[in-house]
Ligand binder design. Structure first.
Ligand code: P6P
Length: 331
């Protein structure tokens, strides 16, 4: 008799049974992410105890000071993904170009590429605020055994085969989708297992939380300013609550549970916004849509954007469907 899966491992096995035609490689890929998440979680949780804080002087592709934990997380996810013959290439926020994993070996049947932000919001580590990992998975376009090509990574978000995030917060959770809805798993650190704590997560259609860095208000486009004022107006179901952690994964996760909208608009100081399309906006938009939410760049669906470069930025508005659609009336 099939009992409901309680752990991530049981969930993957049950899901695998539902897809007998698949080779189980995607399941193994998720398991690799599970392993790396546990290793990173261990270091994040003791960050204040050992000298792993503080920048190491290096800067990443974004020109931002690289925190030691950024480097550590990057290494661990690349290592975990490389150790299983599943992934042929990786793009990381912490790496200039893409990394190939023996993709030109004709025996290499690895057919997935992964794009990852190993530790998003890492500037919050020193002040003990939640941080996260965000990942996006595609099938490669180039033939197996040939060198990985740039276009393997520059695929529209609607073609993702899986995406998700890890939130290292009051508890550590892995939330992901393979196109069959969204499920959340909470880590029991005592035994190192993820438990299915949030089955079939759904974005509430409405919400009363808006998340944006209002310090940039004067730089926002007029339509965004008008929407923010709409959120603050004393009428009907408003004013909404303003909640902004400064950590995308934390703000997104809270809004998906309670209902809300996250905004990182384009502005006079950031023409295309700040967030990266390939390893921040696309995976979060995939999760949002799988949970019944919506994600746009202000003009179009995030998942329909045809990427042109690995680290491109896009404006990002994501959350409860009816809140995003109300925003669209203003912009
Ligand atoms: P700002 C963290 O650096 C991040 O990429 C997201 O996690 C977060 O939502 C945003 O940037 C915060 O940016 O400009 O408001 O500090």
């Amino acid at each position: 008799m099939h009992t409901n899966p309680r752990t991530l491992g049981e969930f993957i096995i049950k899901n695998q049974a539902a897809f007998p035609y698949s080779s189980g490689e995607l399941s193994s890929l998720i398991n690799a992410i599970r392993l790396a998440a546990k290793v990173v979680n261990h270091e994040v949780n003791k960050a204040g105890l050992v000298d792993i804080l503080g920048a190491i002087g290096a800067t990443n592709i974004q020109g931002e000071k690289q925190q030691k934990l950024d480097v550590f997380a990057n290494e661990k996810f690349i290592q975990a993904l490389g150790n299983r013959e599943i992934v042929c290439g990786i793009v990381s926020e912490e790496e200039d170009g893409f990394i190939t994993l023996n993709s030109d070996d004709e025996k290499n049947q690895n057919k997935y590429v992964v794009l990852i932000d190993p530790l998003d919001g890492s500037s919050n580590i020193d002040v003990n605020i939640s941080v996260g990992t965000v990942f996006s998975i595609y099938r490669r376009i180039s033939p197996v055994g040939s060198p990985v090509q740039l276009e393997d990574f520059l695929q529209a978000g609607r073609d993702q085969v899986a995406a998700g995030y890890v939130i290292y917060g009051t508890s550590t959770m892995l939330v992901y989708s393979t196109g069959e809805g969204v499920n959340g798993f909470t880590l029991n650190p005592a035994i190192g297992s993820f438990y299915l704590s949030h089955p079939e997560m759904k974005f509430p259609e409405n919400g009363s939380i808006y998340s944006v860095n209002e310090g940039n208000y004067e730089y926002f486009p007029e339509g965004v300013k008008k929407y923010i004022k709409y959120c603050q107006k004393k009428e009907e179901d408003r004013p909404y609550s303003s909640r902004y952690v400064g950590s995308l994964v934390s703000d997104f996760h809270r809004n998906m549970i309670k209902g809300g909208i996250y905004m990182y608009p384009n502005s006079e100081i950031a023409n295309d916004g700040k967030l990266r399309l390939l390893y921040e906006c696309n995976p979060m938009a995939y999760i949002a849509e799988q949970a019944g939410g919506k994600a746009i760049d202000g003009r179009q669906r995030i998942l329909d954007i045809q990427p042109s470069e690995l680290h491109q930025r896009v404006p990002f508005f994501c959350g409860s469907k009816n809140m995003v659609e109300k925003l669209e009336e203003f912009i």
